[in-house]
Design a protein around this ligand. Sequence first.
Ligand code: ADP
Ligand code: MG
Length: 246
Amino acid sequence: MPDTIALEAREVTKRYAGVVALDRVSLEVCRGECVALIGESGSGKTTLLRCFNRLTDPDGGSVLVEGADVAGVDPVALRRRVGYVPQEGGLLPHWRVRRNVALVPWLRHVTDRPALADRALELVGLDPSVVGDRWPRELSGGQRQRVAVARALAARPDIILLDEPFGALDAITRADLQASFLELRRELRLTALLVTHDIAEAFLLGDRIAVMRLGQVEQVAPAADLRARPATEYVRQLLARARMPV
Ligand code: ADP
Ligand code: MG
């Protein structure tokens, strides 16, 4: 049923000078689903993610958000509906936490922006009265990532794009944030496309997992299917390596 598809890439191609970042990539994310996008560095994960909010415009193919081709959608309007957590968190260092979180509501000219920001901070498990007036540099790594997620949620999007949101954290903080993310998704019924290079994280957070390699999607499947029936030798090896003790 096409009306249950929130995000869709159809044969999307993106080239940079001498590099094919995306090579006829097709992917669907259903409403309420979380697809985890995994692949080595340089495989095209960030480029694909950014096609969905028009930070990147493809050279070929089409990208649809809730059935509409994004090529015809105003990028600013699109980014109000699709939350985005960039790879490095993207907090502005010279803005305090509350103002960072209120960025998208501010772009929307929403009244009562501080209240929206505070509600978003609470959603991600932070006390606005404690962190709201801090500078990003005054936060721990885990708190910073929570703020980055809060900012993506402040405008109440149904869809969220996350680029290695828990990548640079120690194992305990990471597990904590992963648990919060699972809870948030249930509570807000979010559709999510989440980039990670960690297979364990993909298995934990993804309803389905999309494996990218050299600008192509090798396989999209639930974790159990990926294990039972890897579509390519690359996927098989990836899973075999992941099971090896460190
Ligand atoms: P990943 O997120 O999986 O690490 P990226 O999507 O960032 O991969 O990059 C895919 C490929 O496209 C890489 O070879 C990268 O160097 C190239 N690339 C990405 N963005 C740009 C850009 N703005 N200019 C030139 N090359 C780029
Ligand atoms: Mg990347």
